[in-house]
Write a protein that binds this ligand. Structure first.
Ligand code: PMP
Length: 375
């Protein structure tokens, strides 16, 4: 098997699974229970949270566990909007967000919020002049992802925050950092709220994080028994939290070396694919090497992905959450419907080997020629 869809999800790392299994076996008691066994479970959560907050350089109380980035995005954007509607009802988002952010904004627009979409330049970077113009005294929240999930475009969040705060000191910045964790260094203090998902960084599915600056108040989007945390009631999953901590520690280590390696693989693929006339590379100066997006001029992306699957090779189309639909990011950058409707996303990991890429390129050639001949 050659798996090249690491931005859709990653396999769970062995050590992460070990932490998960150990916590399931040895820390099964409810962390909300008062007796010793429960306290032991609670202590494991506390130590996992401490490790995570040390990595992010934030307070332990600023980490909230969720089921994944979709929930973190909901909790952050809806929670902040509802808790602060007395300050204003204007929200700004970029045009390169994950579908979950747009769905949340669609919902908020039915609740009396005005959603504005900030422009970007031809490299996909938020247009700071447009941002300046769009921030007004009613703006409460700006949401810009750190790394775009389809083309890997990386935003200068620190600068975006500085400019926005200068226009209006009440503005709060949320960033969906899901595609950044484990790929690029994370500076949590560039933002006020940040969403993460552990299954993108060799952790299990079903756990995500929300970083929330302690100054901020969010309105809960769920209600229930909330012994420790009024935003996420219910019994916390000790095994998932232990696994999350392990995945973050492993995932954020040695990033420079991992990136150099992935970049070499990315360049090898681009060098070969640019020799084909009917392939367009969808990439800007700010695309990170882990996410490589291409468009096939004459072949439908689903057809191509399924043909590659016959050789046990797995590629994405756009994001896993909107497979089969038009790529919003490619559309936003190139304004070309045909190009945006035939995208393939090749996403790489430090686990990808040079041999896998050589074999992938050989099969790519076979499948590409075969499908073109059929046409
Ligand atoms: N945001 C981004 C940028 C993503 O790539 C994804 C996963 N495709 C999500 C949010 C949703 O994450 P989850 O599956 O954990 O809900």
């Amino acid at each position: 098997m050659i798996y090249l869809d690491y931005s859709a999800t990653t396999p769970v790392a062995y050590d992460v699974l070990e932490s998960f299994n150990k916590a399931n076996k040895d820390f099964f008691a409810n962390p909300n229970s008062l007796y010793r066994l429960g306290v032991k479970s609670k202590e494991l959560i506390t130590s996992a949270t401490k490790q995570i907050s040390d990595i992010f350089n934030c307070l332990e109380s600023e980490i909230i566990y969720t089921s994944g980035a979709t929930e973190s995005n909901n909790m952050a954007i809806i929670g902040y909007a509802l808790a602060n509607r007395n300050k204003g009802t204007h929200i700004i988002v970029s045009k390169l967000e994950h579908p979950s952010v747009y769905k949340i904004c669609d919902y908020l627009s039915t609740q009396g919020f005005q959603i504005d979409y900030v422009n970007h330049d031809e490299e996909g970077i938020v247009d700071l002049e447009d941002l300046k113009k769009k921030v007004n005294e009613k703006t409460i929240l700006i949401s810009v992802c750190l790394i775009n999930s389809e083309m890997g475009i990386r935003q200068p969040l620190k600068m975006i925050r500085q400019i926005a705060k200068k226009q209006s000191s009440q503005v709060v910045i949320h960033s969906d950092m899901t595609q950044g964790l484990g790929k690029v260094p994370i500076n949590i203090h560039d933002v006020d709220l940040a969403s993460f998902s552990l299954h993108k960084v060799y952790g299990p599915k079903g756990i995500g994080l929300l970083y929330k600056n302690s100054r901020l108040i969010l309105e809960p989007i769920m209600y229930g028994s909330s012994k420790n945390n009024n935003l996420r009631p219910g019994t916390p999953s000790v095994p998932l939290i232990a696994a999350a901590s392990k995945a973050i520690r492993l995932g954020t280590s040695d990033l420079d070396r991992k990136e150099v390696f992935v970049k070499r693989l990315n360049e090898k693929i681009i060098k070969k694919l640019t020799t084909y006339e009917d392939i367009l590379i969808n990439k800007t100066k700010y695309s990170i090497p882990h996410i490589l997006n291409i468009s096939l001029k004459n072949i439908k992306s689903e057809t191509f992905v399924h043909a590659m699957e016959e050789y046990d090779i797995y590629l994405g189309t756009n994001t896993a959450c909107s497979s089969g639909e038009l790529s919003t990011s490619v559309m936003a950058i190139y304004n070309d419907k045909k190009r945006a409707s035939s995208t393939i996303r090749i996403s790489l990991s430090y686990l990808t080997t040079t041999d896998e890429i050589n074999r992938f390129l050989n099969y790519f050639d076979v499948v590409f020629k075969k499908l073109n001949e059929l046409k």
